[in-house]
Design a protein around this ligand. Structure first.
Ligand code: MLT
Length: 262
């Protein structure tokens, strides 16, 4: 489905019925990341957008973490979803989740933070992301796919998974990928946010994640009061597609605890 919000056309899927569960993918991925999860969850309205400049959504020359977050709010408004959502965000999706918590706390019921980090970008990281943005604008999104593919998966991931996700990243609109790379370079420091998080929070990280290693998960677990931590064996940066059964079980257990609270 498509909706026009904040001057851009976004693609999104809705799977199932029940309490709202908003899934936010990472860079430079798409909502396809959450298909195995949404297909197996019962009792939840899974709302799965492609962020602007990703997947089947239109691109804009500039983006920011706050803009992505505001797009999510506008999408929820457009589909009439006024209830507080459980927000499940992976990597850049987690960075967006921190902004969503800071500026849209009233729309949030709980957080699932998957393989993400809270710190601002380092000077060296900013330089690399700007280089990547320029290379993608010059030579296409395949450059970003080539840069990412070796770091996304655990060693035992099947070649078919790597091939499929390399193709998906290569197909993303270059203008959108460059804008998102720059948005990540400019992301605010969410470190101080961690101690303020007052919604139920689950952290799920792949044990073999090279981009956001489990050590980061342990630090966030210590900083977020009452959070739960699940480390997924056999997964790298993308547990929802590398170890879908384990990922779904972790989410189900967390969500069933929320139902008791509601
Ligand atoms: C992501 O999955 O969103 C990216 O790995 C974020 C990043 O490049 O740090």
């Amino acid at each position: 489905m498509q909706v026009r919000v904040n001057g851009v056309t976004l693609h999104y899927e809705i799977v199932g019925e029940g309490h709202p569960l908003l899934f936010v993918h990472g860079f430079p991925l798409s909502g396809a990341l959450w298909q195995p999860t949404a297909a197996q969850l019962r009792g939840w309205r899974c709302i799965i957008p492609d962020l602007r400049g990703h997947g089947r959504s239109a691109a804009t020359p500039a983006a920011s973490i706050a803009q992505f977050s505001d797009d999510l709010i506008a999408l929820l408004d457009a589909i009439g979803e006024t209830r507080p959502v459980v927000l499940c965000g992976l990597s850049m999706g987690g960075v967006i989740a921190f902004d969503f918590f800071r500026r849209h706390r009233g729309r949030l019921r709980a957080l699932v933070l998957v393989d993400c980090r809270a710190n601002a970008e380092t000077p060296e990281g900013r330089r690399q992301r700007e280089e990547l943005a320029q290379a993608v604008l010059r030579d296409g999104s395949r450059v970003a796919a080539d840069a990412m593919i070796g770091k996304l998966f655990a060693p035992q991931a099947p070649g078919s998974l790597r091939t499929a996700w390399h193709a998906l990243m290569s197909a993303a609109p270059p203008v959108g990928v460059a804008a998102a790379a720059r948005a990540l370079a400019d992301r605010p420091d969410s470190g101080p946010t961690l101690g303020r998080i007052d919604v139920p929070t689950l952290l799920v990280f792949g044990m073999h994640d090279q981009i956001t290693p489990p050590e980061l998960a342990r630090q966030m677990h210590a900083a977020i009061r009452g959070s739960r931590l699940e480390l997924v064996p056999g997964a790298g940066h993308l547990p929802p597609v590398e170890q879908p059964d384990h990922f779904i079980q972790a989410i189900r257990t967390f969500l069933s605890g929320l139902s008791v609270l509601s």
